[in-house]
Ligand binder design. Structure first.
Ligand SMILES: Nc1nc2c(c(=O)[nH]1)N[C@H]1C(S)=C(S)[C@@H](COP(=O)(O)O)O[C@H]1N2
Ligand SMILES: [Mo]
Length: 243
């Protein structure tokens, strides 16, 4: 894999998401984000891929290519120390709790193979994930009657996203500790990232630090920039019948 220099790479779009009141989208958001200095790292497979991925919406599209791009909103990337890491679960539940990395590893681990899609048009097929179902995580807790959603906070501030409980409990949603048979690497979000194959990649918070049980799935980092809360692959953000 060729390492490319850091470049300004806001989440570009091949198609504009639905316009929302007061939320800048598309070209304007691109310029605004670039001006604010928000950057992403792209380690594409080839320089061509990286250039293709950096093309903002509105320009002629290049056929999407496959392979991971490493995305982040700040640098340096969060570091992970197994001795001190904890995943905190708090909010609308009877007892807030923290799990160490060892605690997470001690929970029943599930495996799945699923495709990964970024809303900007690149995909990775047949990713092998291993980790903990949300169901398992919440097994022993009593949620408050008004609990309806989970907010996932990254150690990479201010990255976050949220799912309704119903979405979070889909059978193929997991907190992944391993990717393709190995513990998550730092660029991919070590020690744990959210995986929801039926939604676009921006819902999958890397460097997961805490989960807040809340009343509603309020807008996360990219959602505040105009991307859909319900990020169903092929039917959100202007794709499929959502447009
Ligand atoms: N903390 C954090 N999580 C994140 C992002 C990010 O910038 N920061 N980018 C998201 C987006 S838009 C995508 S497509 C995937 C990319 O995963 P990768 O960096 O492992 O390729 O991570 C998602 N999770
Ligand atoms: Mo993405």
């Amino acid at each position: 894999m060729t390492e490319l220099p850091e470049r300004k790479l806001p989440e570009p779009k091949r198609r504009e998401p639905k316009r929302r009141e007061g939320v800048p989208v598309g070209r304007a958001a691109f310029l605004g984000l670039a001006a604010a200095g928000i950057s992403s790292l792209a380690w594409g497979k080839t320089a061509f891929d990286a250039v293709a991925s950096a093309i903002p919406s509105g320009l002629p599209s290049i056929a999407p290519s496959n392979g991971w791009r490493i995305y982040s909103i700040s640098s340096p990337l969060p570091t992970f120390d197994p001795a001190t890491y904890s995943l905190e679960v708090f909010g609308l539940l009877d007892k807030p709790f923290k799990l160490s990395y060892a605690d997470l590893q001690d929970l029943p681990q599930e495996r799945q193979v699923s495709d990964f899609h970024c809303v900007t048009g690149w995909s990775v097929e047949d990713v092998h994930w291993e980790g903990v179902r949300i169901q398992e995580l919440l097994k022993a807790v009593n949620l408050a009657p008004n609990a309806r959603a989970l907010r996932f906070n990254s150690a990479e501030l201010p990255y976050d996203s949220a799912l309704t409980l119903e979405q979070a409990l889909l059978p193929d949603v997991m907190l992944a500790l391993k990717m393709d048979g190995k513990p998550l690497t730092r660029p991919h979000g070590s020690p744990v990232r959210l995986v929801i194959p039926q939604m676009y990649g921006y819902k999958g918070v890397k460097w997961l630090k805490s989960i807040e049980v809340s009343r509603e799935a309020f807008a996360g980092y990219w959602e505040r920039e105009g991307y859909d809360n319900d990020a169903w692959v092929g039917r959100s953000n202007g794709y499929g019948d959502s447009s």
